[in-house]
Each structure stands twice: as structure tokens, then as C-alpha cells.
Design a binder for this molecule. Structure first.
Ligand SMILES: Cc1cc2nc3c(=O)[nH]c(=O)nc-3n(C[C@H](O)[C@H](O)[C@H](O)COP(=O)(O)OP(=O)(O)OC[C@H]3O[C@@H](n4cnc5c(N)ncnc54)[C@H](O)[C@@H]3O)c2cc1C
Length: 492
């Protein structure tokens, strides 16, 4: 049995804690908020789209970056496993359009309650109002290669395989533990108090590759040995799981602490940016249309002549620009370019009609209403809020009667319907982003166990990792699957 400390009581942290506890570990979950799952509570507009009911290959397709890293975690804990997990926890679930899975109650609080129940059953000690400030590490000595060979030869019995390799290490602590007591520092029961000389901060200094050799040919690996909280309390541990989330919706507790922990442990944190995020537009057209939601439209985003994104679905105008499912998904694709310069967005308001069909459709409308004002008949083609904007953008006077509409004006209307243009200028910030793009580099993490390749006993799960996906329950599936891999990855 190992002592496991999980930092963060969000989706990934709660799942990791449940899995580690059910694997027989003594688990403590530290959450800085006054309650668990604050972000989970607001997911899916309060309904929590907890996963996507699809095959693993489809899950992988929905992942935007480092897809291959998730192969093992998704096969280890698929969306079927997520559904089974919650059903076994007493949550009734349903699958809606687009394979999106929700609780039957439509209440995200029921998802949190199910997890809280499993934490309780597993005997996980939950400490709320507990903010972790640093992860404590110590230096673990590797035995000399020749010593290992000798020892293995002595210990090896017929039919047994000798254990060796970089993970075999001496139990002896060569440098002081990071859990060494400092003035005014509480140590939770079971704390290991080192007798060596180095201070906590010294033990945190390590090489980028997480190991170093001394003059005698011994290799020192760093390993996590606990955490220290904001009030100075030390929680000693054999394994520490970082599940602190990203940077979006800071009010839910995601303030990026995990990135700092990772950097302090020598990890690379890739460039961070808001993702699944609305975008701002120039020219004020969007502002005039704010609140208008468009269904069954096609959105295309271009960087000069290069098409970056084209998709069919729903979008929404806001006071600053555009939002809605199509736009949020587009942000995952175009964000890099948009951070450099403005991009062109085109909305096809009638994507089911070819140009000639659309022209014929408009002509039919004109024939039937020759003596009416144009503005009064366009409601048959567009949402009412769009009509004055269409006229303005086509330079057609508001008082134009249908039989006076010129061929050129009609062609302009057709063109504007097929390519309603807007200029995208910026992404909105983290406060409106569903997820954070970037995070702890997946190259430095074992994809099967989520353990750091640099610091033994240190694990990462959820959004803190350099992983994100499109909407549809996929981001929570990443949290469950990586949380599960980390919780199960801790060795006894
Ligand atoms: C508005 C909104 C709607 C969303 N809807 C969906 C949806 O329907 N479906 C979907 O799949 N995804 C959705 N997402 C994304 C999804 O919520 C996240 O991907 C997921 O919650 C990430 O889980 P996590 O456990 O990694 O991080 P989080 O859920 O952010 O949890 C991290 C936890 O760590 C705690 N913490 C941080 N630092 C410390 C510290 N130093 N000490 C102690 N505790 C700390 C935080 O307080 C927090 O509770 C939505 C996101 C938002 C913002």
C-alpha cells in the first residue's frame, strides 16, 4: 500500500483518487475550493456532458493535440468504461444527439455526488480549503550497475527473472527528504522526517532529465515524497498526482498551479492558450446581430487564400463577435494563425442550395411579392434580425420595393447569403475558454501510467497535460481516462 496525495478535486483528480483507493492505496485528496468539482458543476450548461458514447477510434479523432499519447489511456478506460463507472455509482445516464452522454436528471451535481460517494466508499480522505503550494521531492539513489548484477545473481532463484534497470533503487535516502520539517511547518501523521543535511529547496533542484550521476558512478533519481500546503502543512506521500486543471474559468479553481509544479520538477510546459473559445470580429456587424443564433449554416475560415476550417452546424453572434459550437471548434484549428493576424470568416446561410438554386429561390419569392417592400419579404429567407443587416451590407435602400430590385442587387443578395463575411481579430480570453491548449509535455509522461519520466512517483492527469479535444464530452473523457490511468498507475 502506498500513500497517495491527489492535488485537485476536479474530474481527473476525483477519478484518480477513486481508482487509487480501490487499488488498495491510502489516498488523500487536497482541493483548494470549499467544495469538490466546481468546474464539473458548470459543464454542459449545468447538465454535464460527461462523455461521448463512441468507439475509442472516434474518441481519438476528437482529440486536437497529442492524440497518440491517449491511445493507451482510452483503451484502458473507454467511454463505455466511463458510462459503466457512473452507472455502477448509481447515476442514471442517457445518450443524446451527437452521442453526447448526460445524466438522466440533467443535473451535473448528480455526477459530482456519484464521485463523492465513490470517494467515500474508497475511504479517500478529502481535505477542502487546502491549497497545495509545492511538491516535495527527494533524491533516490540508484545502485551501481555492478552491485545490482552481483545482488541479482545472488538473489535469483531458478525460474525467477532478475529485476534490474533504472527503476531499481536503494531504499536508503541519500539526501534529505523533501518532507524535512522546517520551522512552523506541520507534518501530517505518518510524515517521514529525514535525517540528512539538505533542505527542501535543495532537494528540489534536479537535472532536467531527472537523474544525475555522482563521482562513484551512482545515479540519483528524483522522486516525489509529499506536498506542502499554503498553511505550511506537509503531507508525506509515496506518490503525488497533479490534477490541477488548466487556466480557463479561474473562478472554478483552475489557476495554473500545476504548470508551476511541473516546471519546478524539471518538466516542459508547452505554450498555453485558450481553446474552445469564442472569437472577436471587426466592423461591428456582429454587435448588431448579438443574440442571434444560426442553425444549419456553413462556416469557412480563411487565412488569405488558404482555407483553414470549414464546417456545418450552429453558431451565435455576441456583442464582441461570434460564438457557438462551430466557432468554438474552429478556435481549436485557427488559433495559431489568429494570434498572428486577422482571418476571414464566411458564413453560408443557405448551404443546402447551390448558387443557381438560391437565385431561383429568391426569384420565386420576388415573383410572388412584386409590390411589397423587399425588407418585408426577406423574413421568408433569413431570421428577422438579419434582414436590415443584409440590406445594409448589399447597399440596398430599406424602402426598396421588390419590382425595383435590380439584377445586380439580387446577385449581391445571393453572394452575401452564400458568403456573409466577417473579420476575425482575436480569441477571447481564458475566462470564456472551455479548455486550455498546451500543458505538461506528454513526451515527458508515461502514457500508460501518467507517471513523470523525470520524477518517480509524480503523476499528471487531466487538463494540466498538453491535451485537449473538441466539444461533445471528449474533454471530460480525457480527464476520466488519464485520471484512471494515474490512479491505477501508482504501484503498491
Ligand atoms: C463552461 C465549461 C463547460 C464545459 N463543459 C464540458 C462538457 O460538457 N463536457 C466536457 O467533456 N468538458 C467540458 N468542459 C471541459 C471540462 O470541464 C474540463 O476539461 C475538465 O473539467 C478538466 O478536468 P480536470 O480535473 O483536469 O480540471 P478541473 O476540473 O479544472 O479541476 C482542477 C481542480 O484542481 C483544483 N486545484 C487547482 N490548483 C490547486 C492547488 N494548488 N491545490 C489544491 N487544489 C487545486 C481546482 O480548484 C479544481 O477543483 C467544460 C469546461 C467549461 C469551462
Amino acid at each position: 500500500m502506498s500513500r497517495v496525495v491527489v492535488i485537485g478535486g476536479g474530474a481527473a483528480g476525483m477519478m484518480a483518487a477513486v481508482q487509487a483507493a480501490e487499488n488498495g492505496h491510502a489516498v488523500t485528496l487536497l482541493e483548494k475550493n470549499e467544495k469538490l468539482g466546481k468546474k464539473l458543476f458548470i459543464t454542459g450548461k449545468g447538465r454535464c456532458n460527461l462523455t461521448n458514447n463512441c468507439e475509442v477510434e472516434e474518441l481519438l479523432q476528437a482529440v486536437c493535440v497529442n492524440r497518440r499519447f491517449l491511445y493507451s489511456a482510452f483503451y484502458g478506460f473507454s467511454s463505455q468504461d466511463t458510462m459503466d463507472f457512473f452507472e455502477q455509482s448509481g447515476l442514471r445516464i442517457k445518450t443524446e444527439r451527437g452521442n453526447r452522454v448526460f445524466p438522466v436528471s440533467d443535473h451535473s451535481s448528480d455526477v459530482i455526488a456519484a464521485l463523492a460517494q465513490r470517494l467515500k466508499q474508497g475511504g479517500v480522505k478529502v481535505h477542502l480549503h487546502t491549497e497545495v503550494q509545492e511538491i516535495l521531492t527527494e533524491c533516490a539513489k540508484e545502485e551501481k550497475e555492478e552491485d545490482l548484477t552481483e545482488k541479482n545473481a545472488m538473489q535469483k532463484q531458478p525460474g525467477q527473472i532478475a529485476v534490474s534497470g533504472p527503476r531499481q533503487k536503494s531504499e536508503e535516502k541519500t539526501v534529505a527528504s523533501g518532507a524535512q520539517r522546517e520551522p512552523d511547518q506541520k507534518v501530517m501523521p505518518g510524515a517521514w522526517q529525514g535525517t540528512g543535511q539538505a533542505t527542501v529547496s535543495e532537494t528540489r533542484v534536479q537535472q532536467k532529465n531527472g537523474s544525475k550521476k555522482n563521482g562513484e558512478g551512482e545515479t540519483h533519481h528524483m522522486r516525489a515524497c509529499g506536498v506542502r500546503t499554503a498553511d505550511g502543512t506537509v503531507y508525506p506521500a509515496d506518490a503525488v498526482i497533479v490534477a490541477t486543471g488548466g487556466l480557463s474559468y479561474r473562478s472554478t479553481g483552475s489557476t495554473g498551479d500545476g504548470y508551476r509544479f511541473a516546471r519546478e520538477a524539471g518538466h516542459t510546459v508547452t505554450e498555453l492558450s485558450p481553446s474552445l473559445v469564442p472569437m472577436e470580429t471587426a466592423d461591428g456587424w456582429a454587435e448588431q446581430l448579438q443574440g442571434l443564433s444560426l442553425r444549419n449554416v456553413e462556416v469557412t475560415i480563411c487565412d488569405g487564400k488558404k482555407e483553414l476550417y470549414r464546417e456545418f452546424g450552429e453558431m451565435l453572434f455576441t456583442h464582441y463577435g461570434v460564438s457557438g459550437p462551430l466557432i468554438l471548434t474552429a478556435s481549436t484549428v485557427v488559433q495559431k494563425q489568429l494570434r498572428r493576424h486577422p482571418l476571414e470568416l464566411f458564413i453560408n446561410l443557405k448551404p443546402a442550395l447551390r448558387e443557381e438554386q438560391l437565385d431561383a429561390r429568391i426569384l420565386r419569392e420576388f415573383e410572388a411579392n412584386r409590390n411589397k417592400y423587399l425588407k418585408n419579404i426577406l423574413g421568408a429567407l433569413y431570421p428577422a434580425k438579419l434582414v436590415p443587416v443584409m440590406l445594409k451590407r448589399c447597399d440596398i435602400p430599406e424602402d426598396r420595393v421588390v419590382h425595383d430590385v435590380s439584377r445586380e442587387e439580387r446577385k449581391k443578395l445571393v453572394a452575401m447569403t452564400r458568403e456573409f463575411p466577417l473579420t476575425l481579430t482575436a480569441l477571447r480570453d481564458y475566462n470564456e475558454a472551455i479548455v486550455t491548449r498546451g500543458g505538461v509535455s506528454t513526451r515527458e509522461v508515461n502514457p500508460a501510467t501518467m507517471e513523470s519520466k523525470l520524477t518517480e512517483g509524480l503523476y499528471f492527469a487531466g487538463e494540466v497535460l498538453d491535451l485537449d479535444a473538441v466539444t461533445g464530452g471528449f474533454n471530460l473523457q480525457i480527464a476520466w481516462a488519464t485520471g484512471c490511468a494515474a490512479g491505477r498507475g501508482v504501484q503498491l
